[in-house]
Write a protein that binds this ligand. Structure first.
Ligand code: PMP
Length: 401
């Protein structure tokens, strides 16, 4: 009886489980810093006004049907996605040197890329340590046997471990796959500077490594779509063939619509067509074709200059609120004279911050102060607001003393 031999998989504690125990906690001063989604200053989810507008326009249009999409999704959506990440003026766009496929959000994009690489490029894959927990799982399930890590975080400086990164990529076998976070590294919030990206590119070029960018936060990190894309654009403009996974969960707030894109930038248009056909082959045997609604919204917004401008503004609202919470937390800790250095809170970027708090301190924060955060010391800046940031700073002050 085989099924009786199956062991139980312990589900991770993602934001949903987190939120359940947070909700059940009757303490009025509780703080949820585990959420992986944007919250406004009242701690509420935010549907972007431009998304609401687009939804209404799509429904009002009257032509909405529920026919199947193409295997690789809505072309106006995938084309716009490539322009968004590479820039409309990119030669790769003009020369049609890309294969782009609509995916089940960012997760599905990483998985499709991993499946593609597993078929054609069985090499070791390097993921950062630490990284988003799903990276290892995705590459394992895609069949990768050789998953290695590069040390990304330097606990002493609470910053980037550039020397280790470069040394690891130099020592890696030629043609290895490097999975990189182009902006707002999850979970550390630490990104290489532009000069540091150039150094990473230099090593990758010497060793002929394959670059896979997992881009889940474009525009959400700095508030500027261009700035958050600068690493990807640099690699592509200097001639790399790269894979790019994009997610519209964070920057459009379309979390559950599962809207994303995988693109492969190639040397020739012919190679792009070959790659595109292979992506379709993988999707076809997996889920046949993607869901439409989220991609319809994104396509409408990205392809309409007026809506696009509104979106950029609202994206900036989210990024700016998060940046202002970093400042507020830093200032509160400085005011309290909390032992240790806290510059990293303002130097880091994006939704998450690696505080450097230990699991034991995290436990005290939970038990004594009803703070909900992951054991590794990561906090979601989106969970902070003007009403709770001071209280959180005081709690941190208490546990580190
Ligand atoms: N990659 C990274 C690094 C992420 O942080 C996330 C979101 N947690 C994703 C991919 C994918 O998210 P989604 O599937 O919701 O787009």
């Amino acid at each position: 009886d085989r099924i009786s031999n199956i062991r139980r998989w312990r589900r991770p504690t993602p934001s949903s489980t987190f939120t359940a125990s947070y909700k059940a906690d009757p303490d009025p001063s509780k703080i949820n810093l585990g959420v992986g989604a944007y919250r406004d200053n009242d701690g509420k989810p935010w549907v972007l006004p431009v998304v609401k507008k687009a939804e209404q326009a799509i429904v009002a249009d009257g032509s909405l049907d529920h026919e199947y999409l193409a295997i690789d999704g809505i072309k106006s959506f995938t084309d716009a996605s490539v322009r968004l990440i590479l820039g409309a003026a990119s030669p790769a766009v003009a020369e049609k040197r890309y294969a782009a496929c609509q995916t089940i959000s960012g997760t599905g994009a990483v998985r499709l890329g991993a499946d593609f690489l597993a078929r054609f490029k069985m090499a070791p894959v390097y993921i950062s340590n630490p990284t988003w927990a799903n990276h290892r799982a995705i590459f394992t399930d895609a069949g990768f046997k050789d998953i290695r890590e590069y040390k990304y975080w330097n606990p002493k400086t609470r910053g980037l471990n550039l020397d280790e990164i470069l040394a690891t990529f130099k020592a890696a076998p030629n043609g290895s796959i490097l999975l990189l976070h182009p902006c707002a590294h999850n979970p550390t919030g630490v990104d290489p500077s532009f000069d540091q990206w150039k150094m990473i590119a230099q090593v990758a070029r010497e060793k002929n490594h394959v670059i896979f960018f997992d881009c889940a936060y474009q525009g959400f990190a700095s508030g500027s779509l261009e700035r958050d894309a600068q690493a990807v654009r640099y690699f592509v403009d200097s001639g790399f063939e790269v894979l790019i996974a994009q997610s519209y969960a964070k920057n459009f707030g379309l979390y559950n619509e599962r809207t994303g894109c995988l693109s492969i930038i190639t040397r020739t248009p012919q190679l792009a067509q070959n790659a595109s056909s292979q992506l379709c082959k993988i999707v076809r045997a997996n889920y046949s074709n993607p869901p439409a609604f989220g991609a319809r919204i994104v396509s409408l917004v990205l392809n309409n200059p007026q809506l696009n401008a509104e979106w950029e503004q609202q994206l900036k609202t989210m990024a700016d609120r998060i940046i202002s919470m970093r400042k507020a937390l830093f200032e509160a800790l400085t005011q309290l004279g909390t032992p240790g250095t806290w510059n990293h809170i303002v130097d880091q970027i994006g939704m998450f911050s690696f505080t450097g708090l230990t699991p034991a301190q995290v436990k005290v924060l939970h038990d004594k102060y009803h703070v909900y955060m992951t054991e590794n010391g990561r906090i979601s800046m989106a969970g902070l607001n003007t009403s709770n940031v001071r209280r959180f700073a005081e709690a941190v002050d208490w546990v580190v003393r």
